[in-house]
Design a protein around this ligand. Structure first.
Ligand SMILES: Nc1ncnc2c1ncn2[C@@H]1O[C@H](COP(=O)(O)OP(=O)(O)OP(=O)(O)O)[C@@H](O)[C@H]1O
Ligand SMILES: [Mg+2]
Length: 472
């Protein structure tokens, strides 16, 4: 049964048969209109956008294929189903080529027809859902490579536009995988420095001793192994942007040198006394809380304020779940594109047309209820993996998702309880579960009521009270 009443036009010249089908379809929730000829059908189609048209192929006067043509022409999304008589399957195939969804041949059981109808409507629903999502992936929900339609993200896009038009030092913070590097690149590419270089340096990936030379460059003989003179990343980024990733891991000695660069826009190469001036925009990123590190004495306060001229805070994915369907669609397109690594395996049919891969409603519910500790990167990996697993099929289902998303969403104490045929004594059952869990919490904590209460998310006094009642 369709969820909203669907408007259906039934075209059949045999009135007894038409009447019978119409009644049965009405019983199943369709809103049925009848037409006894091709002419009447065309007239109704001109006036009303039906969801479905079911037409006999053989009609006196204007025949069924002309009706299908007219319907599909006018409403590309209409579900057209043709009914064929004996030995006219060839005509049905012809009608499908011209845009009908499916056919049933006479005589048929009503179940056969409704089955075909339900399947067609479900397919159409998925198709239009995809089209809808694709349409949403338009400019409003993009900033460079960033996708998002949540309030947090649209506000971020506005902020980034302003940030990009300045050269101010920017500090991006956010959990791992929230898109810090993507944001840094977006700022560079939409600003005036875009024709110069974006140079990235991950401060945690390089040993402390080499980091300084990497950043400032060095002259020949500056240290063991410094065979020639080398430009550092700062110089390479002249007139462009320097992205200092994981800036919180920098040693205090280097923090001081960086502070000087930010204040004076000058530095020396390691082992040299010659001062070099640079024009560089610095964007730093951290997945820790630099403010807290300052309070703990682990990061220089003056450097923090220099870096934090424009703070950009990226929200965790779990705090903007409404972005998940859009991101899923974006990654589906990325990983099923003909030139993606996985693309060719998804091609089907002689024409090489790629079936649109969709996500089942249940899989989407799982994707939306997960807490995503690895944020967008983890979601991207999950979709890439799912696309690989669906090879051949065109729908991602729960089984295609990573294990941590596949488990039952039921209670944390095991499988969901099911109600026996004979019913239960609810109060007695709940009391026995309660007593059982209290018992276990005390055993696990060697009778420590404070810790037992914490395991049960109860106040200690509540637990004591419950125990007193149980011991009565
Ligand atoms: N809003 C977004 N829209 C589209 N893709 C995104 C978005 N945010 C992140 N991504 C993608 O997620 C992946 C991780 O992003 P990125 O490397 O920028 O994260 P990060 O915050 O720098 O992570 P880490 O702290 O682990 O270095 C990339 O493939 C990126 O393209
Ligand atoms: Mg990063």
């Amino acid at each position: 049964m369709p969820d909203q009443p669907k408007h259906l036009l039934l075209v059949e010249d045999e009135s007894a048969l038409r009447q019978a089908i119409a009644e049965q379809l009405s019983d199943r929730g369709y809103h049925v209109e009848q037409a006894d000829s091709g002419e009447t059908a065309l007239a109704r189609l001109a006036e009303f956008a039906f969801d479905v048209i079911i037409t006999d192929l053989r009609l006196p006067g204007i025949d069924g294929s002309a009706v299908v043509d007219a319907a599909v022409d006018r409403y590309p999304d209409i579900v057209a189903i043709v009914v064929t008589g004996y030995g006219t399957v060839k005509d049905a195939v012809e009608a499908i080529k011209r845009g009908a969804w499916d056919f049933v041949s006479k005589p048929f059981q009503i179940d056969e027809l409704t089955h075909v109808l339900d399947a067609a409507l479900e397919q159409r629903r998925l198709k239009s859902e995809n089209a809808y999502l694709r349409a949403q992936l338009d400019e409003r929900y993009r900033f460079e490579g960033l996708i998002g339609k949540s309030r947090a993200m649209t506000r971020l896009f506005q902020l980034l536009e302003t940030v990009a038009s300045t050269s101010s030092t920017t500090l991006i913070s956010g959990e791992t995988g929230t898109g810090k590097e993507l944001v840094a690149r977006a700022i560079h590419h939409s600003g005036q420095r875009r024709s110069h270089r974006f140079v990235a340096l991950n401060c945690s990936a390089i040993p402390e001793t080499l980091l300084e030379a990497e950043l400032f460059g060095h002259v020949r003989g500056a240290f063991t192994g410094a065979v020639g003179t080398r430009q550092g990343r700062l110089e390479q980024a002249h007139k462009g942007t320097l992205f200092l990733d994981e800036v919180g891991t920098m040693s205090t000695a280097l923090q001081m040198k960086l502070l000087r660069v930010l204040q004076e826009r000058e530095f020396e190469r390691v082992g040299d006394s010659h001062t070099i001036k640079v024009d560089v925009r610095v964007i730093a990123a951290t997945n820790g809380d630099l403010g807290r590190m300052v309070a703990a004495g682990e990061f220089r306060e003056d450097l923090f304020y220099r870096l934090n001229v424009i703070p950009v805070q990226l929200p965790a994915l779990r705090d903007r779940k409404e972005d998940i369907p859009l991101l899923v669609q974006h990654f589906l397109e990325k990983y099923t594109a003909p030139d993606s690594v996985l693309g060719p395996t998804l091609k089907s049919g002689a024409a090489g047309a790629r079936p649109a891969v969709t996500v089942s409603q249940e899989a989407m519910r799982r994707l939306m209820s997960y807490h995503w500790p690895g944020n967008v990167r983890q979601l991207e990996n999950a979709i890439e993996r799912a696309v690989a697993f669906t090879a051949g099929r065109n729908q991602i289902d729960v089984e295609d998702l990573p294990i941590e998303l596949r488990g039952p969403v039921a209670s944390p104490i095991g499988s969901a309880v099911s109600l026996p045929e004979t019913g239960v004594d609810l109060i007695a059952l709940v009391a026995s579960i309660e007593s059982d869990l209290i018992q276990q919490s005390l055993e696990r904590t060697n009778g420590n009521k404070g810790r037992a209460a914490r395991l049960l998310n109860l106040k200690r006094t509540t637990l004591v009270e419950k125990l007193r009642r149980l011991q009565k």
